[in-house]
Design a protein around this ligand. Structure first.
Ligand SMILES: [Mn+2]
Length: 411
């Protein structure tokens, strides 16, 4: 099944929104370059800001957004290059405007000249700081020309998702939920962590998702306490916890979901105790998620504070001390084209249309117990919607789902 992709009208609406946010600005963005050797390992993927504004997926492109026009600049076609990577659209092709959604498609070699013409001596000029575009402006307009940083204005737009983006995020979330369920059916003592990663990836690749949203983290037993463990080489033992922080990227949009399950299908008493503390913290933070709250920080209205306070006032470590010191990372992040979507830290109140993760964790090294539970949350006018709600979180529901799926598998 092919995943539905974003429309040209949507990309145009995003450019209009940026223009409205930065009146009179002349904005330059660089697309990703094709790697010297053709990106043999990873393939070519467009830079996220450039993709967000243009929808253009071929390498070495530029765009200039000016008050009264948008220009897409494409490299001239090259027979030699096309022999390796296939036919590309060139700036001289008659169908270029229809294919790209840009009324003006120019040759990338005319970039400096176009930029000089549009920016003149006085227009405020924007580029992402320290990017190829910022360098190019210095070359074309002179080192003395001041360049405003585009990162924050663009992040402010990207933080609030459109209905089309929310549809894409639902699709990547659904594919990721199915991947986690497949892992629950597969998990068993004696298997290696990479076999779980493989079972999960195959679910979303089969659905037409194009890549992992990040390197899958499949961390069993002692590895569960390592926050970004991604070697996935250990053989799992009975009695281990298995922490899976795995997400798909489908039609450009990421999902990010974590579950922690018992390898054999039943939590030990102590594992369940810790699990329930983390679940309580997550439930408290999710219940409070609504416009006007803050994801991070330590203020009265911070979800992070609610979760951390919960952890610190529920359960004890082996020395009888509170668990707050094992709450090692902050509560979550925005998700979109990037799994850690960019933010403007000054705009830290939640708004309708934002999509965040809520992912409290407790990691107790001397007990080999690491528990993280992470869900995808859409902020709505009324409060929130848990996009990943079809994947159970209650320990009893996880055990029951594992029993059912493994029963089916054995037949
Ligand atoms: Mn995350």
């Amino acid at each position: 099944m092919l995943q539905a992709t974003t429309s040209q009208a949507e990309y145009r609406a995003r450019r209009d929104a940026l223009r409205k946010a930065l009146p009179a600005a002349v904005i330059l963005l660089a697309g990703a370059e094709e790697a010297e050797k053709g990106g043999l390992r990873g393939g070519f993927f467009q830079e996220a800001n450039f993709l967000y504004l243009t929808g253009w997926r071929e390498p070495n492109a530029w765009t200039i957004l000016a008050p009264d026009k948008d220009i897409l600049l494409l490299p001239a076609r090259s027979d030699v290059r096309e022999r390796y990577t296939g036919r590309k659209l060139g700036p001289a092709d008659a169908n270029a405007p229809a294919e790209t959604g840009f009324a003006e498609v120019a040759d990338a070699s005319d970039l400096d000249e176009k930029l000089k013409l549009l920016a003149g001596a006085n227009a405020p000029v924007y580029a992402i700081a320290k990017s190829a575009a910022a360098e190019r402006i210095a070359n074309a307009l002179g080192l003395g020309r001041s360049v405003e940083d585009l990162a924050k204005p663009l992040a402010r737009l990207r933080m609030v998702k459109s209905p089309e983006e929310i549809a894409r995020l639902r699709a990547s979330t659904d594919a990721t939920v199915e991947a986690h369920k497949a892992a629950w059916a597969r998990a068993a003592a004696g298997l290696y962590e990479y076999q779980i990663a493989s079972a999960m990836g195959s679910v979303y690749f089969e659905r037409g998702c194009e890549r992992h949203a990040y390197t899958p983290i499949v961390a069993s037993g002692p590895n569960s306490i390592v926050l970004h463990y991604a070697k996935n080489r250990r053989r799992m033992d009975g009695g281990d916890l298995l922490l899976m922080d795995v997400g798909a990227e489908c039609a450009d949009y990421a999902a990010d979901i974590t579950r922690t399950i018992p390898v054999t299908g039943k939590f030990s008493k102590r594992q369940r105790e810790i699990y329930e503390v983390v679940l309580g913290a997550q439930n408290a933070a999710i219940a409070a998620a609504k416009p006007g709250m803050k994801l991070l920080g330590d203020s009265e209205n911070s979800l992070n504070r609610i979760a951390r306070d919960w952890v610190n006032t529920h359960g004890k470590d082996s020395k009888g001390e509170p668990l707050g010191k094992y709450y090692l990372h902050s509560l979550g992040h925005h998700v979109g084209l990037d799994v850690h979507d960019p933010v403007d830290p000054a705009e830290d109140e939640l708004k309708p249309g934002m999509v965040i993760t809520i992912e409290p964790g407790v990691y107790i090294a001397d007990e080999n117990i690491g528990v993280r539970i992470e869900d995808m949350i859409l902020i709505t006018e009324a409060g929130h919607e848990v996009l990943s709600r079809d994947l159970p979180r209650e320990p009893g529901a996880i055990e029951a789902a594992m029993r059912r799926s493994r029963g089916v598998k054995r037949k």
